[in-house]
Ligand binder design. Structure first.
Ligand code: ATP
Length: 425
């Protein structure tokens, strides 16, 4: 296994526009890093530069501390797992898994069932160590060990057409395992699967990666995959790295509006607001000494600490996750004190069984409309509706179309500078 280091990596295609712009990232030996971002943000390009399918315009790629910019793909000893699995339909599962070993043997001209050449090239072999238990031994041994690990033993004689999507996915991973690659690179491997299978495979990949302890880089545009799979998540926007952090940190401390809006489902609500100091704010709670954020859904009391960061900004963008809200009737007194109660009218409710989404709509003035449209552009979204989504407990009996007391956890409120997008809290 190996560490992968990216130093100021830039990729410009023929049009000269940087598809990847100055990306620096250290991926530790054995780490599972997810590259996530909307379509066109450069994540596949970045992965393809690591594996050697795309030239690096400038910057340096190191694998285990050695510069690899110019190394041929076969000399990098990295295994790529693609979206379409790239399985050979005419070969059995066994032959598909064995394929990289046989190919390597042919190209290196070695005979017999040894491990020689299994890394696909001379250079990689020096670094190649066994990820997990699949290494060493004959081709047959290695294929069978990988099949066992992936619970494919009973399917070894089948052809890909007779496998489920999940099984095909495992065969693709089997190929990466037998190669004893130093790292696995996944390019949206689950995007062809239905939602249920995607969930299952996500869990399988996460477990397998942990068991093998092999350095892995995984590209996806799906924030749920990003949050559930990786040790760390790197969020990209328009070729630029926005934040690299653990899923929890990304969720709790997004550095800017883009990351805040991209991570979390349903998405964080953004509301334009202005700071009002010294007033007796709505709800009265929040321990603020009177500071409130005046927003289209009402005045939200905030702590003196949050008021201090908001100070000096004429206009702010505040961020409230749907789960910061609750039906005030269901909040106990101790918890109530951490936030504020305000009255709103829900336009509609969606009952999901385990929870319900309540929507508060507001009428934006021209300035707010413009802000939301700028923000949508920033987020790469079509539009941001003038509404707030709240996640309420399933047992709540609130009704749409009536004044309703909602509680909001003001201690977790995010305050952004709408100009720079920076999270000030
Ligand atoms: P997706 O999720 O849609 O695959 P991505 O984040 O993986 O998107 P890339 O495929 O890396 O994005 O593309 C990044 C940018 O580079 C895009 O603007 C894309 O149009 C451009 N691009 C990608 N490949 C080429 C190419 N071969 N020639 C020119 N431009 C390219």
């Amino acid at each position: 296994m190996a560490s992968i280091t990216l130093n100021n990596i830039v990729k410009k295609y023929d049009d000269g526009f940087p598809a990847v712009n100055n990306v620096s990232l250290d991926i530790a030996d054995g780490e599972f890093v997810i590259l996530v971002g909307p379509s066109g943000c450069g994540k596949s390009t970045l992965l393809r530069m690591i594996v050697g399918l795309e030239d690096i315009t400038s910057g340096e790629l190191q694998i285990d501390g050695t510069r690899m910019n110019e190394a041929a793909p076969k000399d990098r000893n990295l295994a790529m797992v693609f979206q379409n699995y790239a399985l050979y339909p005419h070969l059995t599962v066994y032959e598909n898994i064995a394929f990289p070993l046989r190919l390597a043997k042919k190209s290196s001209g070695s005979n017999g069932d040894s491990t020689e050449g299994a890394n696909g090239g001379s250079n990689g072999g020096s670094r190649g160590r066994s990820p997990g238990g699949a290494g060493g031994g004959s081709v047959d041994d290695r294929v069978r060990k990988a099949a066992e690990m992936l619970e494919l033993t009973e399917h070894l004689e089948r052809k890909p057409a007779n496998l489920s999507g999940g099984q095909r996915q495992r065969v693709a991973m089997g190929r990466a395992i037998v190669r004893q690659a130093d790292a696995f690179l996944f390019d949206e491997p689950l995007s062809n699967l239905d939602a249920k299978l995607r969930g299952q495979m996500r869990a399988e990949i996460a477990q397998l990666q942990r068991r093998l302890g092999v350095t892995s880089v995984y590209v996806t545009h799906d924030q749920t995959e990003a949050m559930t799979l990786g040790d760390r998540v790197a969020v990209l926007k328009k070729g630029e790295l926005q934040q690299v952090a653990s899923p929890r940190e990304l969720y709790e401390q997004p550095v800017n509006l883009f990351v805040a809006g991209f991570i979390g489902s349903p998405s964080m609500n953004f509301l334009p607001a202005t700071l009002k100091e010294g007033s007796e704010g709505a709800g009265g709670a929040g321990g603020s000494g009177g500071a409130v954020l005046s927003s289209p859904i009402g005045d939200i009391p905030i702590s003196a600490e949050k008021a201090a960061v908001a100070k000096g900004h004429e206009l702010l963008m505040i961020g409230l996750r749907p789960e910061f809200f609750e039906d005030a009737q269901l909040v106990d007194e101790a918890k109530k004190g951490k936030g504020a109660v305000f009255t709103a009218e829900l336009s509609h409710l969606e009952w999901l069984g385990h929870e319900q989404y309540g929507y508060i709509e507001f009428e934006p003035d021209e300035k707010v409309r413009r802000l939301l449209s700028d923000l949508a552009a920033e987020m790469d979204a079509d539009e941001l509706r003038p509404q707030v989504v709240t996640t309420l407990s399933a047992e709540s009996r609130v009704r749409p179309g009536q004044p309703t007391e909602l509680w909001v956890d003001t201690s977790r409120i995010h305050i952004f500078d709408p100009e720079s997008g920076e999270n000030l809290t």
